[in-house]
Write a protein that binds this ligand. Sequence first.
Ligand SMILES: Nc1ncnc2c1ncn2[C@@H]1O[C@H](COP(=O)(O)OP(=O)(O)OP(=O)(O)O)[C@@H](O)[C@H]1O
Length: 435
Amino acid sequence: MAGTFRITPALWDKIHHFASFPQTGVSLQQMVLFGQNPSQGTLFKASHFLAEELPIRLAHRVKELDMLPHDLSDTPSINKVKNWYAQSFEELITFPTIRLPPKVKESLMTSHTSGGTQLPGSTPNPSLVKMFGQPSGSNGNGDKTKLRIPIERSRYYAAAPNIDWPPEVQDYNTRFTKTLENIKRRHDPTVTTVAQGVLEWKRTHKTQFIGHDIQAWLDRFYMSRIGIRFLIGQHIALNTLQSHPDYVGIICTNTNVHDVVHEAIENARFVCEEHYAMFKGPPVQLICPMNLAFPYVPGHLSHICFELLKNSLRAVVERFGHEHEELLPPIKVIVVEGKEDITIKISDEGGGIPRSAIPLIWTYMYTTMEGQGIDQDFHDTDFKAPMAGFGYGLPLSRLYARYFGGDLRLISMEGYGTDVYIHLNRLSSSREPLQ
Ligand SMILES: Nc1ncnc2c1ncn2[C@@H]1O[C@H](COP(=O)(O)OP(=O)(O)OP(=O)(O)O)[C@@H](O)[C@H]1O
């Protein structure tokens, strides 16, 4: 039953063991190349990569959730989240492996270089190496250090040979995908529950502010969550969705920036109109080449744009009021493609932010929206789309931008307005920033 999970001493040992291995980052490019037209053999290799990598990432988080500064770990909500991570960890390390006929095993181990694509070798996971027969805890050179196994020995080639994969391979893929779906669902309310934990902590400690150490942990924790959910979401999509010429899992190889930004504008204006009971929200001008496209996760991009546009719309409405809708100054969105980056600039005339508040806007739970915030009884599974009030919009959007090697910057001109720059790395070769 949910909520009754307990971390046994034996499980703690495993968690500490796995947390002693480094996490292995992947890049968008690798995921695209790896997931193109996957066979059951390729999906099996991807399962294997995740079955090694996810427990390592989860173990790092459990350990950290248990050792947070200033007694934050003692709050009931943080404890709940820790148990979710530990339970998912346990499900993955106890996931039944399969015995493969030697010929199939050999096919999976063979280098098939057409396309030459591989996921990086994650640090060998002692509970899984039996499937491929790699020595436990070894770096492949015979010494028992925890070094990554040499890259030649650890490649999972996308181009798995063209053989008839036995039914047990497909069966394994189906079961593993189901397990990942359950895990993903379990962790849906993580952001709100952690936020709840920080609020509980603030209440107990009678403080309004979180220190640098907690802020840094939240950045690390949410960044890691983005990564874990990207890997899981990608795997589920590869295993369950019909193939589409523009999609590899949840990555759209041809993400049309104009379309995504346009949709975000419409959605943000809709929320603004509902919130302020306006007939028409402030106008938004979009200047963007219609055919500008690049590989990205459209969900990430629309999340970032939606959050920033909501901020700008709110600032404009709160500065000028909503009686004279036709007089509101437009928000300008300009999208430009450079060699390295695609940059989206969102400029509003909403009056800007005082310089003294600039360091605060990147902290979690800083908001100037009154009467909002997550209260004690907040049970929603994730943030719905209210106008504002959690104080998560900016810091989380920056993490999404950074996840694939981009960034988010804000420049305010107090008394006039704010410019926000979303930098998106169009080369898509940078690896996840994991810590
Ligand atoms: N374009 C802007 N103009 C003026 N102030 C802004 C702008 N963008 C952000 N801010 C200020 O920064 C604060 C934090 O923004 P952030 O997006 O992180 O949270 P929020 O909008 O208050 O809540 P939510 O998490 O629901 O988005 C806002 O409450 C607002 O005071």
